[in-house]
Design a protein around this ligand. Structure first.
Ligand code: NDP
Length: 296
């Protein structure tokens, strides 16, 4: 079992941009911080700032009661922690996995951890590295409540807001996937818009202020949409799907007239047309949520 000193200390496995930011925040808060990374040398700056650089992940884990893992995906996590010596070192300690992956992998990891006497919390980081240690950071967590409470003070050092989403271990990853869905489809839309704008002689700089305006329209739509989707009613007042279909068809038309792929918009337009075809033309665009995943 870890000693009291070990319980106030923290280990970070994985020193990519995010792992380095997490370890840096722990160091800034004065916590005894041990770090390890597969490729040696990435700990140089952190060691200069006071971190202990471990030569192996088992040595790193043994130094603290709490180990935070943040690597590229859960295959990488498994490659590190499922080596016999590391698993043995984790026994009786807590691992917080802040690596991004899918909910099923979080559940599988929790089963593995439980089978080896390891406390396990799963989490997701929703903001970039520069936010870590600042009020702008956003962390989502799921897993045993008692474990979360026990380590909350150390996690708080990472700054921003921490939300415990419940004991179901896959929940943080589920939120992460849904939120990244919003992010990447929006980014795909923005990249496409810039390509179409350029074809029409409009620079990205010229478009940017107005693109920001479009972004600002979205938060109230998200709020209202949440009520509608949960209730299963889709008011098209002011902007029915029939109108949305027409607008999307224009985007497809202009894109393709310039030889620009319009696959993403074609997919959205196709869904909207199906909703119209099923008699929902007077509803709002979020009616397509029901087409994608009909309520049982
Ligand atoms: P990466 O996602 O590129 O992860 C790099 C880290 O993964 C390095 O420590 C690398 O080690 C390690 N790694 C990769 N493959 C293996 C392996 N097979 N075995 C052991 N270690 C491996 O960079 P980030 O640090 O930015 O991201 C870490 C996590 O944080 C990701 O899940 C990411 O989605 C998430 N995240 C990142 C954000 C960001 O802004 N960067 C924002 C929000 C979440 P090595 O140096 O040896 O290659």
């Amino acid at each position: 079992m870890p000693s009291t000193t070990e319980q106030s200390a923290v280990t970070v496995l994985g020193l990519g941009p995010m792992g380095r930011a997490l370890a840096g925040a722990f160091l800034d808060a004065g916590l005894p911080t041990t770090v390890w990374n597969r490729t040696p040398g990435r700990d140089r700056d952190l060691v200069a700032r006071g971190a202990s650089g471990a030569v192996s992940p088992e040595e790193a884990v043994a130094a603290s009661g709490l180990t935070v893992v943040c690597v590229v995906n859960y295959d990488a996590v498994d490659a590190i922690v499922r080596r016999e010596a590391v698993t043995a070192a984790l026994k009786g300690r807590t691992m917080v996995n802040l690596t991004a992956d899918v909910p099923a992998r979080a559940r599988e990891s929790a089963d593995w951890a439980a089978g080896h006497g390891i406390g396990y919390l799963d989490g997701a980081i929703m903001t970039p590295t520069v936010t870590i240690g600042t009020p702008g950071a956003v962390f989502l967590h799921s897993g045993p409540e008692e474990l979360y409470r026990r380590h909350r003070a150390v996690l708080d050092v990472l700054g921003g807001t921490h939300t415990h989403l419940g004991t179901e271990i896959g929940r943080a990853a589920a939120y992460d996937i849904a939120l990244l869905d919003v992010f990447w489809t929006a980014m795909a839309g923005y990249a496409h818009a810039l390509a179409v704008a350029r074809a029409e002689g409009v620079t990205a700089r010229e478009l940017a202020p107005f693109a920001k305006g479009i972004g600002a329209i979205l938060p109230p739509i998200f709020e209202q949409g949440a009520e509608e989707v949960d209730a299963g009613t889709f008011s098209g007042e002011g902007n029915p799907i029939t109108s949305a279909v027409s607008s999307m068809a224009h985007i497809v038309h202009v894109s393709e007239s310039h030889g620009i792929d319009a696959g993403v918009m074609r997919a959205a337009e196709g869904l909207a047309r199906r909703a119209v075809g099923r008699g929902h033309g007077a509803d709002g665009f979020l009616r397509i949520t029901e087409l994608l995943n009909p309520r049982r």
